[in-house]
Design a protein around this ligand. Structure first.
Ligand code: APR
Length: 246
């Protein structure tokens, strides 16, 4: 387990002096809340499927009933989950620095439930419903096998960004602007495999920010990160927050 003495002094100093901190989170931040990450095997009924095979427009077109069953299962799972100490530390960190931007690839609402505001949802939100045909945001899932759009009668889908789909324009623009402007960028609980989210760290570094990752399995990309803190976000983030008070 990482203790505070393992957090580099230069990182603590950068956090203390930062004018603008930008944080990118991924599925790992919610792992300690019991939400499975994307690239680990799924449990129970869903064990025979890989998330990457279900989270696509092609999968939805081929079998919308199956995809709705999967998302209802995921909705229940995340609704029952509670924010963990990592989510809470991120929410508190926002109050300790002059400017703070939180970008999340997670669709689970746990940052918001932990008290973070103005969260940039890069991959949408699992609790929203959108029309697959016309893209409109809809009132909600009525529980039918495949709910339909009140406007055009098309199939509704969960309001998340699937593999191969574009990032919502506003989220992309705001995230890129924040990454380019910040002086400290933290990449937390993400495998940094999925673009364009993974490119935000590069953008920050190209613009002179210090860039660090927090991950129990560091991606060890020396060109991208100045520091890799090997450990769980629920442990390291509260320590990083505490370091501001020392
Ligand atoms: N603390 C921090 N990181 C953790 C923890 C933890 N407690 N547990 C696991 N991790 C790390 C893993 O080591 C892994 O690198 O979290 C990362 C999770 O990686 P992915 O499952 O690939 O999730 P993510 O990077 O968020 O995926 C990006 O891809 O599947 C799509 O749209 C989906 O938003 C998702 C995107």
């Amino acid at each position: 387990m990482t203790s505070i003495r393992d957090i580099p002094d230069a990182l603590i100093a950068a956090l203390r002096d930062a004018r603008h901190v930008c944080v990118l989170t991924g599925a790992g931040v919610s792992a300690e809340s019991g939400v499975p990450t994307f690239r680990e095997a799924q449990d129970g009924l869903w064990a025979k499927y890989r998330a990457e095979e279900l989270a696509t427009p092609e999968a939805f077109l081929a079998d919308p009933v199956l995809i709705w069953r999967w998302y209802r299962w995921r909705r229940e799972l995340v609704a029952e989950a509670q924010p963990n100490s990592g989510h809470l530390a991120i929410a508190k960190l926002a109050d300790r620095v002059p400017r703070f931007t939180l970008v999340t690839q997670n669709v689970d609402n746990l940052h918001q439930r932990a008290g973070s505001s103005n969260v940039i949802e890069f991959h949408g939100n699992i609790f929203e419903d959108r029309c697959f045909a016309d893209g409109s945001l809809q009132a909600g899932d009525d529980g039918t096998a495949v709910p339909t759009c009140s406007e055009c009668g098309g199939n509704l889908r969960p309001g998340v960004v699937w593999f191969g789909e574009a990032i919502p324009e506003r989220a992309l623009n705001e995230s890129c602007a924040a990454a380019a402007d910040c002086d400290l960028f933290l990449s937390i609980g993400t495998s940094s495999l999925v673009y364009p989210a993974a490119g935000l760290a590069d953008l920050a570094k190209q613009n002179g920010a210090m860039v660090a990752e927090i991950n129990p399995n560091p991606t060890m990309n020396a060109a991208r990160f100045d520091f890799s803190l090997a450990g769980n976000s629920g442990v390291i983030l509260p320590e990083l927050l505490n370091s501001l008070s020392l």
